[in-house]
Ligand binder design. Structure first.
Ligand code: TXA
Ligand code: MG
Length: 347
């Protein structure tokens, strides 16, 4: 398949191009588009056949449900049985934004979207191109992250090109995504609001609106069945081995340097995911500055790009500095620990 790649400026959206993209969605095709979190691979969320193509293009297991993206809070009504008070309050505060809410689904939502669950995941993205595309197509857009199943989520259009060129109809290049990690997933379909995936809207932020919010423990553990089916798959896995170092910063740098020597003595090519504050500490290895510890958001923004970069550089092992597990740090550590498949060194 020929994949058309187009540039759209979110501050000055080209009407013809965005109309063309909406027409592709409406005729059952696939369009990759930017959101504020990561790029999404979109199809008409009410068209079973179109949604099937998403699973095929990504090589995604069919038991992993999709998020429906809407362009207004109004659009939620017809997709759910009812909206609890807290749902309204959260939408008011955090939409558009990196927060996916799970509600009891209505009849209107096709089975293929929910993989048989009685709930549906909904999100209003904070990106003008995404909002316009949804609005013009007049449908909720089903969109997982626009990567091959198993590789890190794409944070710019070239990542999407690497993974999906030739398999989808169009890629909209709208520049780098802001947040860099996928949305927070909050389940409102049960008794207690629970976070199934940490992301751009933090536990601390959610607590201000819903003090009883909890983090689903299965999310962080390998030994329990996660409520969010996608969490059981090994995500974001780099080709290289990844080891996360947890502890205070000075100890981390020291331990990484020791590990670099050990690995290099064994003939390995080693990448170090460092920060502005620590970059001078590493005399050996291939060092990438992923962001600043003073501004943890910058680490989130660049994390997946850094992982893809190391893979392209063919490093054998990536040694990554851990960060504090609070605010956005919780989501960063969640992605790092998944990518590391449990390989953690506490110092
Ligand atoms: O930021 C994001 O959320 C991006 C952008 C494109 O919006 N999308 C994204 O989609 O990350 P995806 O498919 O890569 O991850 C969606 C996650 C999966 O882990 C899936 O299992 C979970 O949401 N999910 C979807 N519907 C669900 C439901 N009804 N109940 C529990 N988990 C659900
Ligand atoms: Mg994904």
């Amino acid at each position: 398949m020929d994949t058309k790649i187009v540039n759209i400026d979110s501050l000055n959206i080209d009407e013809d191009l965005i109309n063309e993209a909406a027409n592709i969605i409406n005729s059952g095709g696939l369009v990759a588009f930017p959101t504020e979190t990561v790029y999404g691979l979109g199809a008409n969320g009410l068209d079973e056949n179109a949604v099937k193509k998403i699973y095929e293009a990504k090589g995604r297991p069919q038991d992993n449900p999709l998020i429906l993206h809407v362009s207004s809070k109004e659009d939620v009504k017809e997709l759910v049985t009812h909206i609890p008070e807290v749902g309204l309050a959260l939408m008011e505060k955090f939409w558009p934004g990196p927060l996916t809410l799970i509600f009891k689904r209505s009849e209107k939502v096709p089975d293929i979207i929910t993989a048989g669950l009685d709930s549906v995941a909904l999100r209003m993205p904070d990106n003008e191109i995404a909002l316009k595309l949804i609005e013009l197509s007049g449908k909720p857009i089903a969109a997982p992250s626009a990567n091959n199943s198993g590789s890190p989520s794409p944070t710019n259009a070239s990542h999407v090109v690497e993974d999906l060129k030739g398999k989808i109809n169009m890629i909209i290049d709208g520049g780098n995504t802001k947040v860099g990690l996928e949305s927070t997933i909050l389940d409102l379909s049960g008794e207690v609001p629970s976070i199934l995936r940490p992301g751009g809207i933090t536990f601390e932020q959610l607590k201000t609106i819903i003090p009883n919010v909890i983090v689903d423990v299965s999310e962080m553990s390998e030994f329990q069945t996660p409520k969010s089916p996608g969490q059981k798959y090994k995500h974001y896995s780099p080709i290289a081995d990844l080891i996360v170092f947890e502890g205070n910063v000075e100890n981390i740098s020291k331990a990484i340097n020791e590990k670099v020597i050990e690995l290099m003595d064994n003939g390995k090519k080693v990448g170090i995911m460092a920060t502005e504050e620590t970059k001078e500490q590493y005399p050996d290895g291939y060092v990438i500055v992923v962001g600043s510890r003073e501004k943890t958001e910058s680490i989130a923004t660049n994390l997946f790009t850094a992982i893809r970069f190391f893979d392209k550089a063919n490093v054998d092992t990536i040694l990554a500095e851990g960060v504090e597990m609070d605010n956005i740090g919780t989501a960063i550590m969640n992605r790092l620990l998944k990518a590391a498949s449990g390989k953690v060194i506490k110092v």
